[in-house]
Ligand binder design. Structure first.
Ligand SMILES: *[C@@H]1O[C@H](CO)[C@@H](O)[C@H](O)[C@H]1NC(C)=O
Ligand SMILES: *[C@@H]1O[C@H](CO)[C@@H](O)[C@H](O)[C@H]1NC(C)=O
Ligand SMILES: *[C@@H]1O[C@H](CO)[C@@H](O)[C@H](O)[C@H]1NC(C)=O
Ligand SMILES: *[C@@H]1O[C@H](CO)[C@@H](O)[C@H](O)[C@H]1NC(C)=O
Ligand SMILES: *[C@@H]1O[C@H](CO)[C@@H](O)[C@H](O)[C@H]1NC(C)=O
Ligand SMILES: *[C@@H]1O[C@H](CO)[C@@H](O)[C@H](O)[C@H]1NC(C)=O
Ligand SMILES: *[C@@H]1O[C@H](CO)[C@@H](O)[C@H](O)[C@H]1NC(C)=O
Ligand SMILES: *[C@@H]1O[C@H](CO)[C@@H](O)[C@H](O)[C@H]1NC(C)=O
Ligand SMILES: *[C@@H]1O[C@H](CO)[C@@H](O)[C@H](O)[C@H]1NC(C)=O
Ligand SMILES: *[C@@H]1O[C@H](CO)[C@@H](O)[C@H](O)[C@H]1NC(C)=O
Ligand SMILES: *[C@@H]1O[C@H](CO)[C@@H](O)[C@H](O)[C@H]1NC(C)=O
Length: 532
C-alpha cells in the first residue's frame, strides 16, 4: 500500500522462548501509518481480534463487525492485519492478535514507534565568524566541539572530520550528545567538521557540516621599504608583512595628512606623488591581528653624494675614483660620466675602465692613465625616482717623477725664463717691466696659463649647465679660508694651479667659482626632481 512506511522485522532480535511463532517487531514512525500482521499466514482467516497487551489486554479492533473499533485510527486489513494511522509515541508497545478458528491462536507483535532526529545542535567554540558564516579559529587555540540531538529512541551522534585531501574520519559515536576538544589547532586541522545524528531504528539521519578555517597572524611587525618597480622604474613601496594566513590587507597613506595612496602590498607611485623627504605609512590589518592594525613608515629621499673632488694619476698608472651615495631611498642608480650634457652616454666598463659597486658606493678604476685621454672632469651621477645629483671629480694625469727629468726640466725652464725675461727687458722699457712684474706677482707661468685658460673657458661655456650640477655637499664642507681675491676669475686660478700642479689652489678656485658665480643655479639643480 502506497504511503505505508512499515519496517517489519520478523524474527528479530528478541526471540521469544516457548512461543509457536517467533516474536514479530514492527517499526513505525510517528505521524505515519503502520500495519501489524497477524502471524505469517495470508488468505482468509477466522475471527481475528486485536488487543493491546500492556499491564492488561485492551480491545482494539475485531473482524466481528458488530464490535466497533476502540478508535477510528484502528482498522483491519487483509488477512487480519491491524492498521494504525497517525502513529503516536504512546503507541509503542506490545500487541496481540487472537485468531479463532477450530482452535484459538495468539500472535504477539511488538510495535516500536520512532521519531526524529528532527534537528541537531552544533556548538563550536571559541571561534570567530566570517561575513559569509564560515567559522575560523586561531592557530594554537583550543576548540570545543559539541553536538546534540533528540530522537526516539535516543540517536547515535557521531563527529566526522574531513581535512584537505583526506577522507572523512570518524571521531567516535555517542548517544544523544557527543563532544570533544582539540587542544592546539593547527593548519592540518582546518577542514569540514560534520556531526551526524542517526536514529538506530528508522536509520533516519541528519547531518550538519561546519567548515572551520585555521588562521594565524603574521609573526612579526610589518616592514616598509621603497624600491624600483621592475617594469616601469617608478617608485614602488613594499609593505612586507608575510607569514600570516589569510593574507592581510594593506592601506598606504601619506604622512602626515593620511591621504590614501593605495591598498595593496606593492604600491607603485607616479613621479608626481614624490617629493624629497615625503613619508608613507602602511597599515596592515589581519583578522587575528591587532585591532588598530600594525604599521610601518617609509621616508623617501633623493641621493646625497660624497666624493674626493680631485684625483691624480701617473701616466701609465692606475687610479680609482670613488663616489659614496648617502641617504638615497630607494637606493640610487650610480653612473660615471665624462660629459653631463650627454647623460645617456655613461662610461661603459671596458678593459681600461672598471666599475665596481658595493652597496651605495661606486668606484671607477682607470687603468693605464693617459694624459690626453683621461685627464679632466669625471662625474658621478646618482639617480633615484625622488631626485638626481651629480658630483664632479677632477682627474689630473701627471708624468711619473723622474729626478733627472725634473732637474733637466727645472734647468731648462729657468733658462727659458731667463731668456724670456731678458728678451722682454731688452724689447720693452724698464718701467713697463717693473709694472708687469708687480701685477703678475706670484703667477710666474702667466703665458702658459693664458694659453690653457682659453681652451678651458670654451669648454666651460659649453658645459655651463653641467657644471651647475656639480656642487655637492662635500665641497661645501671644505669651504674655509678662501683667498678673497679669487672672485670672478676663479677659473683662471684653477688653470694656473693645474699647470703648476698646485692642486689645493685649484680646489679653492673651483670652489669659489661655483659658489660665487653659479650658486643660485646649482641650488635649482639640486632641488630638481627626477626628470621624466
Ligand atoms: C495514512 O493513511 C491516511 C488514510 O489512508 C492517509 O490519508 C495518510 O496520507 C497516510 N499517512 C501517511 C504518512 O502515509
Ligand atoms: C496478551 O494478553 C493475552 C490475554 O490476556 C495473554 O494471554 C498474553 O499472554 C499476553 N501477551 C503478552 C505478551 O503479554
Ligand atoms: C460478534 O459479537 C456479538 C456481540 O458481542 C456476539 O453476540 C456474536 O456472537 C459475535 N459473533 C461471533 C461470530 O463471534
Ligand atoms: C513487550 O514485550 C517484551 C517482551 O516480549 C517486554 O520486554 C516489553 O517490556 C513489553 N513492552 C511493554 C510496553 O509492556
Ligand atoms: C476444522 O473444522 C473443520 C470442520 O468444522 C474441519 O473440516 C477441519 O479439518 C478442522 N481443521 C483443523 C485444523 O482441525
Ligand atoms: C557554545 O558553547 C560555549 C561553551 O562551550 C557556550 O559559552 C556557548 O553559549 C554555547 N553556544 C550555544 C549557542 O549554545
Ligand atoms: C567564506 O569565506 C572564506 C574566506 O573568504 C572562504 O575561505 C570560504 O570558503 C567561504 N565559505 C563559504 C561557504 O563561502
Ligand atoms: C561518549 O562516550 C564515551 C565512552 O564511549 C564517554 O566517555 C564520553 O563521555 C561520551 N561523551 C558524551 C558527550 O556523551
Ligand atoms: C569543505 O566543504 C566545502 C563544500 O564541499 C568545500 O568547498 C571545501 O573545500 C571543504 N573544505 C575543506 C577544508 O576541505
Ligand atoms: C659634451 O657633449 C656635448 C653634446 O654632445 C658636446 O657638444 C660637448 O662638446 C661635449 N663636451 C665635452 C667636454 O666632451
Ligand atoms: C698603455 O697605453 C699606451 C698608449 O696609451 C700603450 O702604448 C700601452 O701599451 C698601454 N699599456 C698597457 C699595459 O696596456
Amino acid at each position: 500500500m502506497a504511503g505505508l512506511r512499515v519496517l517489519l522485522c520478523l524474527g528479530a532480535l528478541l526471540a521469544r522462548q516457548g512461543s509457536a511463532d517467533s516474536e514479530a517487531v514492527a517499526i513505525g514512525e510517528v505521524h505515519e501509518n503502520v500495519t501489524l500482521r497477524c502471524g505469517s499466514l495470508s488468505g482468509s482467516r477466522g475471527l481475528v481480534t486485536w488487543y493491546r497487551n500492556d499491564s492488561e489486554p485492551a480491545f482494539l479492533v475485531s473482524s466481528n463487525s458488530s464490535l466497533p473499533p476502540a478508535a477510528p485510527r484502528f482498522s483491519l486489513e487483509d488477512a487480519g492485519a491491524l492498521r494504525i494511522e497517525a502513529l503516536r509515541l504512546e503507541d509503542d508497545g506490545n500487541y496481540t492478535c487472537r485468531e479463532v478458528l477450530n482452535e484459538t491462536h495468539w500472535f504477539p507483535v511488538q510495535l516500536r514507534v520512532t521519531s526524529g532526529p528532527a534537528h541537531i545542535d552544533v556548538n563550536i567554540s571559541a571561534t570567530g565568524t566570517l561575513p559569509n558564516g564560515t567559522l575560523y579559529a586561531a592557530r594554537g587555540s583550543q576548540v570545543d566541539f559539541s553536538c546534540c540531538s533528540a530522537a526516539q529512541p535516543p540517536p547515535e551522534v557521531e563527529w566526522w572530520i574531513q581535512t584537505h585531501s583526506s577522507v572523512s574520519e570518524s571521531l567516535g559515536k555517542n548517544l544523544s550528545a557527543n563532544s570533544f576538544t582539540l587542544m592546539l589547532m593547527s593548519k592540518n586541522l582546518q577542514g569540514n567538521y560534520t556531526c551526524s545524528a542517526t536514529n538506530v531504528l528508522s536509520r533516519r539521519q541528519r547531518k550538519v557540516t561546519t567548515e572551520l578555517l585555521v588562521y594565524w597572524p603574521p609573526p612579526s611587525a610589518p616592514q616598509c621599504s621603497a624600491g624600483l618597480s621592475p617594469e616601469s622604474a617608478n617608485l614602488e613601496l613594499t609593505c612586507n608583512w608575510d607569514g600570516g594566513y589569510p593574507d592581510p590587507t594593506f592601506l598606504w597613506t601619506e604622512e602626515p595628512g593620511g591621504v590614501v595612496v593605495g591598498n595593496s602590498k606593492l604600491q607603485t607611485l607616479s613621479p608626481s606623488q614624490l617629493s624629497e623627504g615625503k613619508k608613507f605609512k602602511c597599515v596592515g590589518s589581519h583578522i587575528l591581528g591587532p585591532e588598530s592594525g600594525a604599521s610601518c613608515v617609509v621616508q623617501i629621499s633623493s641621493p646625497l653624494l660624497a666624493s674626493r673632488p680631485m684625483k691624480t694619476c701617473l701616466v701609465g698608472g692606475d687610479v680609482t675614483l670613488t663616489c659614496q651615495v648617502e641617504g638615497a631611498n630607494p637606493p640610487a642608480r650610480i653612473q660615471w660620466l665624462r660629459n653631463l650634457t650627454q647623460p645617456e652616454t655613461a662610461i661603459q666598463p671596458s678593459s681600461r675602465y672598471v666599475i665596481t659597486q658595493q652597496g651605495q658606493s661606486s668606484s671607477l678604476t682607470i687603468h693605464n692613465c693617459s694624459q690626453d685621454q683621461d685627464g679632466g672632469f669625471y662625474f658621478c651621477r646618482a639617480e633615484n625616482p625622488v631626485g638626481v645629483r651629480a658630483a664632479d671629480i677632477w682627474l689630473s694625469v701627471k708624468e711619473p717623477l723622474n729626478v733627472g727629468g725634473i732637474v733637466g726640466t727645472v734647468v731648462s725652464l729657468l733658462l727659458l725664463g731667463l731668456a724670456i725675461v731678458s728678451g722682454l727687458m731688452l724689447y720693452y722699457s724698464p718701467a713697463f717691466c717693473w709694472k708687469a712684474g708687480s701685477t703678475l706677482r706670484g703667477q710666474d707661468m702667466g703665458d702658459v696659463m693664458v694659453l690653457v685658460d682659453s681652451e678651458e673657458e670654451e669648454e666651460e661655456e659649453e658645459n655651463k649647465g653641467a657644471l651647475a650640477e656639480v656642487v655637492g655637499q662635500e665641497t661645501r664642507e671644505t669651504e674655509e679660508e678662501l683667498p678673497k681675491e679669487i672672485g670672478k676669475h676663479g677659473h683662471i686660478h684653477r688653470v694656473t694651479a693645474l699647470v703648476n700642479g698646485n692642486l689645493d689652489r685649484m680646489g679653492n678656485g673651483l670652489q669659489e667659482f661655483q659658489d660665487d658665480s653659479d650658486g643660485q643655479q646649482s641650488d635649482i639643480v639640486e632641488e630638481e626632481d627626477k626628470p621624466v
